[in-house]
Write a protein that binds this ligand. Structure first.
Ligand code: NAP
Length: 321
């Protein structure tokens, strides 16, 4: 990197996002004595905080609620002196003409100047927006088969969607469920051929083609899903205890638009060391383009991103050894 006069700045790194990736980055950055600010959304929450129970986070054999786990991440980060700002980021800008690059992060009425940023803004499952969906969230409606699949042993479930996620998760659910109905709005899948082949060969999976979900019904918990055949207009109810919805994800990355390479779905593209194509901008967790989105992989990203930030800051400050 071309060395220049160090510009004025407030922080070595600003972490944007208060989920597992952000707070793990916060723990590592604070421990590394980087001057760090973590900005967690005031108007948004991490997906993990609405997850009932996490049974696959290593070291916690009895499982833990998502909200509780995030409180522990936060407690650990604060112990190391992490500065946290609960505000929504409204703009991110860069002075790409100067060397080294400085970044400006606007939150509330303040602008924070930083040498680097870790984008840990996450993603949200896209919802269907049908009646019953929000009412039964966590009571039979789920957006994560890895998290909730084991609760549906020997029960019937529906999966909505026809992409890679829907088919991969439907296959995963066959390890537990008695029957998995895959409801797809068209007559062919979007998922990769290999996944399709496996799903078509799986006896527990029954496809419901050309069908849209009109309503998710139940009393205390989900009992069924009302579907409409889009070719005939006929409506019928499929009896099921769970409705898994995989109709795509929406990344929270609009604040980085035009500043960094993204894939066609809007997820930030990084290399394996979490560096983006923009100097000083790193990305971690669900907001980056990758295959497997879990708490553990987000936390791993957070740690790796900070290591890359440390190397970058050393270089910027001419302290590389
Ligand atoms: P996706 O590829 O965008 O697929 C979303 C699916 O949901 C599509 O089948 C779509 O139907 C359907 N859908 C969207 N809106 C709907 C609605 N309102 N009502 C009913 N159905 C609706 O999303 P994804 O499966 O989550 O995958 C996201 C990205 O991650 C993709 O690039 C995918 O390749 C990648 N991924 C890869 C793997 C893997 O390689 N193992 C695993 C998971 C994800 P249409 O088909 O009719 O549009």
């Amino acid at each position: 990197m071309k060395q220049g006069i160090l510009p004025e700045y407030d922080y070595d790194v600003v972490i944007i996002g208060g989920g597992p990736a952000g707070y793990t980055a916060g723990i590592y950055a604070a421990r590394a004595a980087l001057k760090t600010l973590l900005i967690e959304g005031a108007g948004t929450v991490s997906q993990i905080t609405i997850t009932d129970i996490i049974e696959n986070y290593p070291g916690i054999p009895d499982g833990i609620g998502g909200f509780e786990l995030m409180q522990l991440f936060k407690k650990q980060a604060l112990k190391f002196g992490l500065e946290v700002l609960p505000k929504d980021v409204t703009a991110v800008n860069t002075s790409s003409s100067s060397t080294p690059v400085t970044w400006e992060v606007t939150a509330g009425d303040k602008v924070y100047k930083t040498l680097s940023i870790i984008a840990a803004t996450g993603a949200m499952w896209r919802s269907l927006g049908v009646p019953g969906e929000s009412e039964f969230a966590g009571k039979g409606v789920s957006y994560c088969a890895t998290c909730d699949g084991p609760f549906y042993r020997n029960r019937d479930v529906v999966v909505v969607g026809g992409g890679d996620t829907a088919i991969q998760e439907a296959l995963f659910l066959t390890h537990f469920a008695k029957k998995v109905f895959v409801i797809h709005r068209r007559d062919r899948l979007r998922a990769a051929g290999m996944l399709q082949k496996r799903a078509f060969a799986e006896k527990k999976i029954e496809f419901v083609w050309n069908a849209t979900v009109e309503e998710i019904s139940g009393s205390d918990f989900v009992t069924g899903v009302k579907v409409k055949d889009v070719t005939t207009g006929k409506i019928r109810t499929i009896t099921a205890d769970g409705a898994f919805i995989f109709v795509g994800r929406l990344p929270y990355t609009s604040m980085f638009k035009g500043l960094v390479d993204m894939d066609k779905a809007g997820f930030i593209v990084t290399d394996e060391n979490l560096r983006t194509n923009a100097a000083g901008l790193f990305a971690a967790g669900d907001c980056r383009s990758k295959l497997f989105r879990q708490v553990i992989t987000a936390a791993g990203d957070g740690a790796n991103a900070v290591h890359s930030v440390e190397l970058y800051i050393d270089e910027v400050k001419g302290q590389t050894y």
